[in-house]
Design a protein. Structure first.
Length: 356
């Protein structure tokens, strides 16, 4: 029979073993070094930013041909868009929106005209342009480590492959020695598309070296008329089913959202088709002949087109113009805040007069 002392000793050993296991579980359950994880996330973000983004702020269509769902908010809020988060305090957002209203209303007549909204849209679009220029400076430095002011296609390709998990030194050595790169088919396809875009961004006389301005066109084709044309060609190529380099309504609305598996998915697809049909018929097809040409799509995509900005201003006003006077009053813009800011404001009417 075990003595009391031996029993207590055994119990103590069991306790220490359980404590040790618990501590091990706790250690493995938590990040070993939180700052290291943050640095890795930041590094991953920086790597992705050397790639041309699909989403371009202030441009009506994404690079993949989808409509930009945040366009209205982007051209109304500009850089302040991030401040209007869904979980923000409604009272604070209401005050911010009232300040914006007063800035748009330059003649202080307590209502916003289409011309005033057009001016504001152009100003906010230019804001996005300047933001892209500043970000481009950082991204260019990332791919131009020697600081000579030019980046070759091979230099960029090495950085791209490194961002995809390939060994940077190994890739650099193989490219230098003209050795075959063992790259999966999907990555190679992306590289081929990027190379086409790289050539397009290389201004005459072509030298296959991009300076900072050309690199901006590579990442942000909306900054260059030539690259804008190239972007339009790519979108039409992806959507054009009969090869006539034009888009019919059926071609424009045939881009699938995803596999429809249930009624909810069907409703999403139906809404998607409805939005694209409306945009095609009312906005993109300028002469309403049922066909969208490259020229029409290019005008539609150009963020600095003043005529488009005026049309957009009229559409934005029409959404909230309840008294049909072709202007926006503060009460109307607060009531339809979700359209303009992506954020719903509660009790907008009760507080408007006492705060403005």
């Amino acid at each position: 029979m075990m003595s009391r002392q031996a029993f207590l000793c055994s119990l103590g050993s069991l306790y220490l073993s359980l404590l040790f296991i618990f501590l091990l579980m706790d250690v493995y359950a938590r990040p070993a070094n939180n700052s290291v994880l943050k640095e890795k996330a930041a590094d991953s973000k920086d790597e992705n930013e050397i790639l041309p983004p699909d989403h371009l702020n202030g441009v009506k269509m994404e690079m993949d041909g989808h409509l930009n769902k945040e366009f209205h908010q982007e051209v109304f809020l500009g850089k302040e868009m991030e401040e209007f988060e869904e979980d923000s305090e409604p009272r604070k957002n209401r005050k911010k929106l009232m300040v914006i209203f007063s800035k748009v209303d330059i003649n202080n007549d307590k209502k916003i005209s289409a011309k005033e909204m057009q001016r504001w849209i152009m100003e906010k679009t230019d804001e996005h342009f300047q933001e892209a220029v500043e970000e481009n400076k950082m991204h260019f430095r990332a791919v131009d480590p020697d600081g000579d002011g030019h980046v070759s296609w091979d230099e960029y390709k090495i950085k791209f492959l490194a961002s995809k998990g390939f060994n940077e030194k190994e890739m650099a050595e193989k490219i230098k020695n003209n050795e075959e790169l063992k790259i999966d088919e999907e990555t190679q396809e992306v590289l081929d598309n990027l190379k086409d875009r790289w050539y397009q961004a290389d201004n005459p006389p072509p030298d296959l070296l991009l300076n900072e301005e050309e690199f901006l066109s590579f990442l942000h084709p909306e900054h260059s008329r030539g690259m804008l044309k190239f972007m339009v060609k790519e979108i039409i190529r992806d959507l054009d089913q009969d090869g006539d380099k034009k888009l019919t309504l059926s071609e424009f609305i045939s881009l699938p959202v995803g596999t429809v598996e249930n009624q909810q998915a069907q409703d999403i697809d139906d809404d998607w088709v409805k939005d694209r049909r409306k945009e095609f018929e009312e906005v993109i097809d300028a002469n309403h002949d049922g066909i969208v040409t490259m020229e029409e799509l290019e005008e539609y995509m150009d963020p600095m087109n003043e005529y488009n900005a005026l049309n957009e201003a009229k559409q934005m006003i029409a959404v909230a113009d309840e008294n049909q006077n072709h202007h926006l009053e503060l009460e109307e813009i607060l009531k339809y805040s979700e359209y303009f800011t992506g954020s719903k404001l509660m009790d907008y009417a009760r507080n408007v007069h006492e705060e403005f």
